[in-house]
Design a protein around this ligand. Structure first.
Ligand code: RB5
Length: 147
């Protein structure tokens, strides 16, 4: 798969770990910054990766900020994006099996590097179960439409 990634200064600390996990699992990565721990605004970086995914230029994206909350808010404003803030392998697995996550969100200040590595691998390898979960996702599109 082609995977986009973006972070702010709060997420930069685990970005390289995430990129290494993605390439180790055999996927291609496109990095939209940020490139240091210098303070930046997370929506600026979220927007770049989200546009890339929305335009069909990659298969999934990873967004990282300090807590993962700001990036989650950004992701779930965009039609067709299912942003899932994951804290461990269990939430990562469920985000794929039940929610068909196409945007993994991590918090660089709340998730350590080894756990982040684990989350990314599980998120990349776990398929969506479909069935009743697809019907629920269809309901989100139908009931939570804002345009
Ligand atoms: C930056 O200080 C911090 O607010 C940001 O990384 C993120 O946690 C926002 O939700």
């Amino acid at each position: 798969m082609k995977i986009g990634i973006a972070c702010d200064h709060g997420g930069y600390t685990i970005k390289d770990i995430v990129k290494e996990a993605v390439t180790r699992c055999g996927h291609e990565i496109t990095d939209f910054g940020a490139d240091s721990t210098e303070s930046v605004d997370y929506p600026d970086y979220a927007a770049k990766a989200l546009a890339f995914l929305s335009q069909g230029l990659c298969d999934r994206i990873v967004l990282i900020c300090g807590t993962g909350i700001g990036m989650s808010i950004c992701a779930n404003r965009v039609s067709g994006i299912r942003g899932t803030l994951c804290h461990d392998a269990y939430t990562a697995r469920m985000s794929r099996q039940h929610n068909d996550s196409n945007c993994l969100v991590l918090g660089g200040r709340v998730t350590g590097p080894a756990v982040a590595d684990d989350i990314v691998e599980v998120w990349l390898k776990t398929p969506f179960e479909g069935g009743r979960h697809q019907e629920r996702l269809n309901k989100i599109d139908k009931l939570m439409r804002n345009n």
